[in-house]
Write a protein that binds this ligand. Sequence first.
Ligand code: SF4
Length: 90
Amino acid sequence: MKRIGFLIKPASSLCNTRCRYCLYADVAEHREVANFGIMTDDVAHALIDRALAPGDDADITYAFQGGEPTCAGLAFFERFCAYVDEHATA
Ligand code: SF4
């Protein structure tokens, strides 16, 4: 069985909590584009489609990281999971 893991950063640098130990704000400020916003559904769907391409026998893990991934909002994760459920065949 193929095992495939995705580490997804759906909220770019949107978090403004500024925990003292966080390095992300500093990293983002030095990028050409500091904040890419919330991942669009088109990008999420393309990722999921590619993840599901190997077929039914693949064991796929989606993990979310940040900045703080919950900045993407509950609706983002509901849509993400719904799309996976609609398109996964196993
Ligand atoms: S991304 Fe995480 S660690 Fe960084 S400020 Fe936000 S909550 Fe804190």
